[in-house]
Design a binder for this molecule. Structure first.
Ligand SMILES: [Zn+2]
Length: 145
């Protein structure tokens, strides 16, 4: 969602912040990672799945997620009846992440709006544009560093 919040007023942005937080809170439980569904061999030489021509156990899902630090990567076998539920949980995370990104944008726009429009703050040098000199400098450059 590449929405332009720069034209909104402080009040509008503050209201939007509240609404967005409610939307974020309403996202159902979610998980990151990915889901594969298929047949798997358990590795036991005595199991029927080790026989030639056997597909293996399943079908069932395997959810995995790579992670750094304590706990590391993780996984979970998913019964076939729960595969759709886990797909929904993964979708919920995507929705949550998009909302959060948008929420951050709104907050940054609000912080900028708190300072007011730069054009109306007198003729003082604006650090973001590198001062008053250099007519070829794009005056509307916003500092994104
Ligand atoms: Zn087996």
């Amino acid at each position: 969602m590449a929405k332009d919040y720069s034209t909104m007023t402080v009040r509008e942005l503050e209201e939007l912040r509240v609404v967005m937080l409610e939307r974020i809170a309403a996202v159902p439980a979610f998980r990151r990672g990915s889901l594969q569904v298929g047949y798997r061999k358990c590795g036991s030489a005595n199991c029927r799945c080790a026989r030639p021509g056997e597909l293996g156990h399943g079908p069932r899902g395997l959810w995995t997620r790579t992670a750094k630090g304590p706990g590391g990567s993780r996984g979970q076998y998913i019964p076939i009846a729960s595969v759709e539920q886990v797909r929904a949980e993964l979708d919920n995370y995507a929705a949550f992440a998009a909302l959060i990104e948008d929420y951050v944008e709104v907050n940054e726009a609000l912080c900028k709006a708190h300072l007011g429009p730069p054009a109306r703050r007198g003729r003082r040098a604006d650090p973001a544009t590198g001062g008053e000199k250099g007519g070829s400098n794009p005056a509307r450059t916003s500092s994104t560093h």
